[in-house]
Ligand binder design. Structure first.
Ligand SMILES: C[S@@+](CC[C@H](N)C(=O)[O-])C[C@H]1O[C@@H](n2cnc3c(N)ncnc32)[C@H](O)[C@@H]1O
Length: 247
């Protein structure tokens, strides 16, 4: 069965550290991220970027004037890279190595939290994903916003119908990848490294939002929010942005 430790190992790999470090400069903030973050977070807000990687969004927002932003990631190699890039950019940002399942922060500490580029869905086991949502609810202030994305590949775009047809047949005949825990778990390779993602249905996401005492403010495909640059479209397939508010 896939574990959080397996995910951590995949993000410790040199090729992943290089990929995410390069993205800080070459990709930077997506237009959609900038639009939504500036809509829901003030520059004076204390903001937490969970699954910050090498700091693509943390550094991107710090450069836009978000002086109270900080990042957390499971991979200490990515955190080391983020600290180095911030130092080179002359930015004073706190980066912490930690697991979103057990956040090293106080109750109601943040005015806003985000978990970008589908990172929440790289946490194996739906019970762990719910724990993470509850942890985020604990560290965020009442009425504050949490922004995250999920892969759009289940029913939303209809692009992967054949894939899910085949996936369902394998699952029903118990021929699915033996590492999978939940229906929608997917294993794929990036630069020869085995990666994991859970691709949820919208109903499933709505359920964990409800069970962790948030309410949905908005959920929209990235492609409905704005048009992204060509290199960003090559780097990342369409996703769903979820804006949720602590009840
Ligand atoms: C797809 S990468 C995105 C990195 C960065 N946000 C970006 O957009 O460049 C997902 C990130 O989530 C982190 N991650 C996965 N599970 C995590 C967990 N349980 N706690 C903290 N970070 C986690 C990974 O280490 C990885 O850096």
């Amino acid at each position: 069965m896939i574990t959080v430790d397996d995910v951590k190992k995949s993000y410790q790999e040199e090729s992943q550290v290089k990929r995410y470090s390069d993205a800080v400069c070459t990709i930077g903030l997506w237009k959609s991220e900038l639009l939504l973050f500036t809509q829901y977070f003030d520059k004076q807000h204390k903001i937490l970027d969970i699954g910050c990687g090498a700091g693509r969004t943390t550094i991107g927002l710090a450069k836009k004037g978000y002086s109270m932003i900080e990042g957390l990631d499971l991979s200490n190699n990515l955190i080391r890279a983020a600290k180095q890039i911030a130092l080179e950019e002359g930015l004073n940002i706190r980066f912490t190595c930690g697991n979103a399942i057990d956040l090293p922060f106080n109750n109601n500490e943040f005015d806003g939290v985000f978990f970008s580029f589908n990172g929440l869905m790289q946490i194996p086991d739906k019970r762990n994903r719910l724990k993470v949502m509850r942890e985020i609810n604990r560290v965020i202030k009442p009425s504050a916003y949490f922004v995250f994305t999920t892969h759009s590949g289940r029913e939303e775009t209809g692009l992967f119908l054949e894939f899910w047809d085949d996936y369902g047949k394998k699952w029903n005949t118990r021929q699915q990848d033996k590492r999978a825990i939940d229906y929608g778990d997917r294993f794929f390779q990036v630069d020869g490294i085995e990666m994991f993602i859970h691709i949820p249905t919208k109903d499933e996401v709505e359920q964990i939002i409800k069970d962790s005492k948030f309410r949905v403010v908005q959920s929209k495909l990235r492609s409905e929010i704005c048009e992204e640059r060509e290199d960003i479209l090559d780097y990342s397939v369409d996703c769903i942005f979820w804006i949720v508010q602590k009840l």
